[in-house]
Design a protein around this ligand. Sequence first.
Ligand code: BG6
Length: 485
Amino acid sequence: MQTDSSFTFVLFGGTGDLSMRKILPALYEAHRAGMLEASGKIVAVARHADDRDGYLQWVNEHVKAHVSKNGIDENAWQSFLERIEYVKLDLGKAEDFVKLRDAVQDLPGTRVFYLATGPSLFVPICRALASVGLNENARIVLEKPLGYDLRSSNAINDAVGEIFAEGQIYRIDHYLGKEPVQNLLALRFGNALFEPLWRREWVESIQITIAEELGVEARGDFYDNTGALRDMVQNHLLQLLSIVAMEPPHSMDSDSVRDEKLRVLRALKPIDPRDISKVAVRGQYHAGVIRGTSVPAYATEPGVKTDSATETFVALKVEIENWRWAGVPFFLRTGKRLADRVAEIVVNFRAVPHSALGSSALRPGANRLVIRLQPNETIRLYCLAKKPGEGMNLSSVHLDLAFDQFFKEGQMEAYQRLLLDVIHGRLALFVRRDEQEAAWKWVEPILNEWAASGKPKPYAAGTWGPAAASAMLAQHDTCWLEEEN
Ligand code: BG6
């Protein structure tokens, strides 16, 4: 499937970790699948390689390992490398941007600038691009973290906004590119079945978990100045929440979808600093064992301060103040070095109002929808059914939406989808400035309160986080999904 959108994709941070692990593998996959227009070019920008040959050698050494579960197709790989040009550029040198302009000005199609760099470089790079006229007819992609708090995020957005119009700015949240998130939209808005039940009258509570087994890897220094609230909640978790809770949009065009998500973010019940201990739990992992392997404490990871008060785990109770969701608790949770790697959304429906079939029909969680984002992507609907045999005994059964059985096409990785969207000018899965601001505004009281007092609660690596996270749900007569049975 060849597309007719030609492009010049300029990748800043071309030798960085993100380019190696995500961006170049995603572009290769799109190329291999015939989804990139034949004349499209990738122009990598970095300081480390001296010339194109040096850069291609680096790509061969560092990118191949991250490509495809199905292994490399050598022919496709070689033709992918032919798309790549290289510009050695020192961000501090104005003349290097002239060199970049000369390198791209005759290349075809839409110009995309992908800033896979730290946020402190976003503004200098945008200004330098503008100084050589490269901000015209271009799209700019900004990676998270976009700032450290509301103020710094506004400062970046203001400065970038002087150079690029909002419609040219693509703020990536890779969770929005995951296939099951797309499917959640299809499920909710493509079927009449779920929407009538998707509200306070029928929903008891909702959980959204992103649990990781990994620790902070080589990013201790960055992470210790960031923490889980900034790294995962302000963006990924609140974005997932807004997709779960939004009203049906008028259409799937980018602003219709983003307007509805924004309404949810603006309706989040503000957190009163005096209530924080009731609605927010923070934790930090200590040494423990994950799948039989001992792992060290967070505070001993390279780059982390030994007396660090940075949270590696967060659990929150969130409420949405509107007619659809008033009173329904949304429990959000994320953490590093937890017992399992899983990301899922659990919608717990209310029990029947009266049971003619005995008490088992009244048990919590009898009807539940579990949307699993990873590791295996499924949507599962739990119901009660009669157990075979004598008497009316109910037991839990589930209906699975097993996408791999229905569709021959393999699922697309999040970055691949998002990069194709940028090339084709589709903004719906990118975060608009006002959404980002609303999310920062909501998390800031928690950030401030935590910075001012106390420390995270310890939890052993390989567990599900501090006991306080379970106690918070117990106050609402519920528990996390893995605690059932
Ligand atoms: C990133 C965070 O945004 O998401 C990382 O900075 C985290 O800390 C990662 O590990 C998780 O993404 P995924 O897709 O692997 O669940």
